[in-house]
Design a protein around this ligand. Sequence first.
Ligand code: DC
Length: 209
Amino acid sequence: MVIAIDGPAGSGKSTIAKKLAENLDFTYINSGRLYRAITLGCLRANIDTKNSEKVIEFAKNIDISYEKDTVWLGDEEVSALLHTDEIDRLSSPLSAIVPVRYIVNDIIRSLAKDKNIVVEGRDMTTVVFPDAEYRFYLDASADSRAKRRFDQGVSSLTLEEIKTAILERDEIDKNKIEGSLKIADGVKYFDTSDLTIFEVYDKLKEKIY
Ligand code: DC
């Protein structure tokens, strides 16, 4: 079974997807982490993430593994390095490079093969798993998403700067040639702005059980 969840940054989808996967004993796949890991790999290899040709070449040959929400580049576990302000900023335009999306989608499909999964991202309900048994779209206002990120205490930006960065990423994510963030027909839509994580979890669970 596939449970697919899409939504913008800060909508709560990672927390919810992870919690659902744990409780259902499903495999959790966070597709954003793959884009982030490719971004980190490019930075380390001194590849300008705006140089599509170089990024594509790099992504084709990348030695990336993903298991249980943990990402490795080669032998190095890089999960803890993927949520910096720089990678937030650079992974969005990198993920707009269409061949990179195909590479990531292939990785996700092979991770999902013959498994029960909860998978989340921007195009899981539309491109990668349009026939998923359950499809959800989690949304929230830019203000509440910025506040959530600010409260995590991992960003060096001010609340207002975080909001601006989130809106910039939304703009890129919604206007991609391929895999753009959109509310697909038939998905179950929830605005999580004024809900706690527990309330969101209960709402999704109600639809699944
Ligand atoms: O979900 P996230 O913020 O960790 O994702 C990082 C970036 O990758 C984000 O800018 C959007 C992009 N992304 C995407 O284009 N498609 C996905 N399925 C997941 C993430």
